[in-house]
Ligand binder design. Structure first.
Ligand code: TYD
Ligand code: MG
Length: 442
């Protein structure tokens, strides 16, 4: 018998009213481990001792999903027996993508779509909307984990929509709790590997993070994909955070239409607002997401503050980095920002992970502070160091080429990004320190 804390997921052999690890009250739930499963895993471990040089290596076979943008984030396609977690906010499009995915593969492999959230009628209606309702996709409305596990030997690809809706007989707590989610994912993963069946696990991320989120599952699965995008925009990004069979931080770009998700294979300009007028506080950044450059608009608004601690709000960029950047601007750039509320936003609901966004965020803040337009035909990128230096970033030349292709005329780039060849139509303005940026904008 084993008890697991619902708050911190620490295990203990005895029940107690308070978790000894995190101090939460009444949070321990019981998990019944079946003896058979434990014996099995020991046997498997014994059997599988082999020397590295003697292991027969078969090359990974991948099954392209038929959706180019999805193949891009998966690293070429679905690997048989792999377990993929697809996380995201409710309503962002996880079920839609999953159904489109299985629909493209139904003629090659045996797929089963298990829904624990919707009725089969609802699923069929969605299929109708997506134009896949005439395909023989096997579906099942089921929450009971053990019944789903029984089906695994008959299929090559299983979709679980969603992990929070499953419950196992072995666990006493309710569906969606940490213990249930963990137990379900663990047994699904094990059963899938034994049967060489791939599994796509859908998981909701709640804004409050209170419900057992997919976070605890990340280490159990082979690949973690997250959906990004905001409600106001129809664009959706699928980003790989972990991938045992491919590179991470690759993004796939989609648009939600009335017929489901449509892929956007050339998205570099789609996050630009397209407004011709120059706006103060608005700067175009060339960022690099995975292997391809994307142009995004970084906006800043500075407003004199009446608060003792002025507000710093940041959407789409790392908030900690912004605070650091403001300190560098103050210390090395000689601009005083302490009396302003500062808001920074990346347009289009995309989250930029690239440290090359520093220069754009700094330029947007300065442009709003000086109330001067940042020229609309100019792009920038670069990382800002704590000493005020502007550091080079990866793939500088590719970023510039993309900007030139989209008709931009000038680029502010770190001096360290030695651009060997001239890019026709693009004037390069090298930056060494933040002081250069301040001087250029003043
Ligand atoms: P859904 O895939 O159900 O989200 P999730 O599974 O992540 O909760 O997508 C829900 C939203 O997508 C819903 O607001 C309706 C919209 N949608 C479309 O715009 N077009 C479509 O063809 C479909 C199927 C959904
Ligand atoms: Mg759904």
């Amino acid at each position: 018998m084993l008890f697991v804390c619902e708050e911190c997921s620490v295990e203990s052999l005895q029940w107690s009213g308070q978790c000894a690890h995190c101090g939460a009250w009444n949070s321990l739930a019981e998990i019944r481990k079946t003896g058979k499963a434990q014996r099995n895993s020991v046997e498997v471990a014994r059997r599988s001792v082999q020397r590295l040089n003697e292991i027969s290596r078969t090359h990974l076979t991948r099954l392209p999903t038929g959706i180019t943008e999805l193949d891009r984030v998966l690293g070429g396609g679905l690997v048989p027996g792999s377990v993929i977690l697809l996380g995201g906010d409710p309503g962002i499009g996880k079920s839609t993508l999953a159904l489109q995915w299985v629909a493209t593969q139904v003629d090659q492999i045996r797929v089963l779509y298990v829904t624990g959230e919707e009725s089969l009628q609802q699923l069929a209606l969605r299929g109708e909307r997506l134009g896949v309702d005439s395909l023989p996709v096997s579906t099942m409305a089921e929450n009971h984990l053990e019944s789903i596990l029984d089906q695994i030997p008959d299929y090559d690809f299983l979709v679980i929509d969603s992990i929070q809706s499953l419950y196992s007989e072995n666990v006493s707590s309710s569906p969606g709790s940490i213990t249930q989610v963990r137990e379900s994912a663990e047994r699904l993963t094990r059963c899938a590997k034994e049967n060489d069946c791939s599994v796509l696990i859908i998981g909701h991320v709640t804004k409050e993070g209170t419900l057992a989120g997919p976070k605890i599952l990340e280490h159990m699965v082979d690949t973690v994909l997250y959906f990004e995008g905001d409600d106001a925009s129809r664009f959706r990004l699928v980003r790989s955070f972990k991938n045992r069979f491919g590179s991470v931080n690759e993004v796939g770009v989609f648009a939600m239409t009335d017929k489901g998700l449509r892929e956007i294979t050339n998205p570099s300009a789609m996050f630009l607002s397209g407004s011709e007028r120059d706006n103060s506080g608005s700067v175009v950044l060339v960022t690099q997401e995975g292997t391809r450059p994307l142009l995004v608009e970084v906006q800043a608004l500075l407003d004199p503050s009446s608060l003792a601690n002025p507000r710093r709000l940041c959407v789409g960029l790392d908030a900690q980095r912004l605070v650091m950047l403001l300190a560098v601007l103050h210390r090395h750039g000689g601009v005083s920002l302490g009396g302003h509320d500062i808001f920074v936003n990346v347009a289009g609901g995309i989250r930029v992970m690239d440290s090359g966004a520093d220069v754009a965020a700094a330029a947007a803040v300065l442009s709003s502070l000086f109330n001067k337009n940042f020229p609309a035909d100019t792009v920038c990128f670069g990382e800002v160091g704590l000493a005020g230096e502007i550091r080079p970033v990866q793939r500088g030349e590719e970023r510039l080429k993309e900007a030139a292709k989209l008709g931009f005329k000038r680029a502010l780039v770190p001096k360290g990004n030695k651009i060997s060849r001239k890019i026709p139509g693009l004037e390069i303005i090298p930056l060494l320190r933040v002081e250069d940026l301040v001087a250029w904008l003043e």
